[in-house]
Design a protein around this ligand. Structure first.
Ligand SMILES: Nc1ncnc2c1ncn2[C@@H]1O[C@H](COP(=O)(O)OP(=O)(O)OP(=O)(O)O)[C@@H](O)[C@H]1O
Ligand SMILES: [Mg+2]
Length: 433
């Protein structure tokens, strides 16, 4: 059975309801009333779901804090404005008072369904390797903070989905997420894209155009390939970050803009700073939170999961046959390749293999010929996909438990999953604790 924490100042009414619903719960008053201080993150890890009464004074802060650790179900008297605000701040669900046993239990099962589908990743980002679990933890942290984020990692490692996930889970999620690819765009074009222009600002400016920064007001701007920006433009971006204002080309006044900046690069910006090609002050402003994506060759345990993910994505494109799996030999080839192009390269292999396949399974011959040459498959066959995933999971969980000295809460924290989720896994995989 799962444990939930309930934050409400109306214990008299709320407690009996949770009791009669058969839910294992702990109720506690609001933080501001100081009747009982908010549990720290370690104590919170005992709970799988939080129920938050929006009648408590400081519900916004409480919600932001709780949702870093678990899904939060908000409840209050029927009020659209409050419900919208709670969802915008990241509540997972909203229930109207008076609560009923049925509504409580339904909300809990909706939550459980969702966490099960997210077992191997975060949103669209697939991965269960220790480096990816660390990335998921950082995405959660970055989402609730307003700080700028710098995402680093080799080409094709998945920087863009990480940026999208941060925005999607942030309180800015209802506002625009705008991306600008800084590489290969000349400065003049970059300037009009970012800042916009007034009619008549230059020859050909026959209309007024809003820039990306202005359009993204209240939301997030993703500067992809920031390492390729010219020194002059770096100064302009720094100004936006420092002053929080922009002026259209040919404009007369600065406009305040409230944007959160996420930048990505496959370059080593520290080295660029040392060489003097990247401004150190801009680097510091961007690199408040750093999320690094390891190359795929360093997290091979993610390969079977990614293969399954991309097969699901591309298999429906074949209308003539139903592609259900991949042979052990083909999987073996994929496991032993070095992926200079990272996840993007693996995705291309699967898309191509699916369009070439003649039967229900992907064969080695559906993979590029150079893979056969460069990495001769080992004679030993590798386990089926399901077993491979199970073994990887077992290994990761056992090693986390070893490191935590058998402490499940600490292991769950290190793995970036809820304690309850980990307990379920331990039971299912029959791991000795
Ligand atoms: N962990 C992942 N799970 C699912 N899809 C992924 C993952 N990582 C990357 N992808 C997919 O792989 C492709 C390449 O990723 P992406 O475009 O983010 O690379 P990048 O790191 O931005 O590279 P570049 O520096 O070349 O722009 C995308 O289609 C992306 O959706
Ligand atoms: Mg990219």
């Amino acid at each position: 059975m799962i444990n939930v924490i309930v934050i409400s100042d109306d214990e008299k009414k709320i407690s009996p309801l949770f009791k009669s619903s058969g839910i294992s719960f702990h109720i506690q008053g609001s933080m501001q009333k100081k009747r009982s201080p908010m549990p720290d993150s370690h104590e919170l890890s005992h709970y799988a779901i939080a129920f938050l009464d929006l009648d408590v004074d400081d519900w916004q802060e409480t919600l932001l804090e709780l949702r870093q650790q678990m899904p939060v179900i908000a409840f209050s008297m029927p009020d659209i404005k409050t419900a919208v605000e709670a969802m915008r701040l990241g509540a997972y669900d909203f229930l109207e008072k008076p609560l009923t046993n049925e509504a409580l239990n339904q909300a809990i099962s909706r939550c459980n369904e969702k966490s099960l589908t997210h077992e191997y990743g975060f949103d669209e980002i697939v991965g269960a390797s220790p480096p990816m679990l660390k990335v998921f933890g950082l995405i959660r942290k970055a989402a609730v903070s307003e700080s700028n984020v710098l995402i680093t990692g080799e080409s094709g490692a998945g920087k863009e989905p990480v940026a999208r996930a941060i925005h999607k889970w942030s309180p800015r999620k209802e506002k625009p997420f705008m991306t600008i690819n800084c590489s290969a765009i000349p400065d003049t074009l970059l300037e009009s894209e970012l800042f916009g222009f007034e009619k008549g600002a230059f020859t050909g400016a026959n209309y007024t155009k809003k820039g990306i920064l202005e359009m993204a007001d209240g939301g997030t701007v993703f500067f992809d390939e920031i390492g390729d920006v010219s020194p002059l433009f770096q100064t302009k971006i720094l100004r936006v970050i420092q002053e929080g204002e922009v002026m259209r080309i040919g404009g007369m006044r600065y406009m305040k803009v409230d944007v959160r900046i996420i930048a990505a690069t496959n370059k080593n910006l520290t080295a660029s700073c040392l060489r003097g090609t990247f401004r150190l002050d801009l680097f510091y402003r961007l690199n408040v939170i750093n999320i690094h994506l390891s190359p795929l060759r360093e997290r091979k345990e993610d390969i079977p999961l990614l293969v399954r993910h991309f097969m699901k994505k591309y298999a429906p494109k074949r209308k003539d046959i139903l592609i259900k799996g991949i042979t052990d030999d083909a999987m073996n080839l994929l496991m032993h390749y070095s992926y200079p192009g990272n996840v993007r390269e693996l995705e291309n292999f699967i898309e191509r293999a699916i369009s070439l396949a003649n039967g229900p399974e992907i064969l080695p011959s559906d993979l590029p010929a150079f893979m056969l040459e460069s990495t001769p498959p080992k004679k030993t066959t590798i386990p089926r996909l399901k077993e491979a995933i199970r073994d990887v999971e077992k290994e990761i969980i056992s090693s986390a438990l070893d490191k935590s000295g058998g402490n499940i809460s600490r292991a769950a924290e290190a793995l970036g999953v809820y304690r309850q989720q980990l307990q379920r896994k331990i039971k299912k995989l029959k791991i000795a604790t």
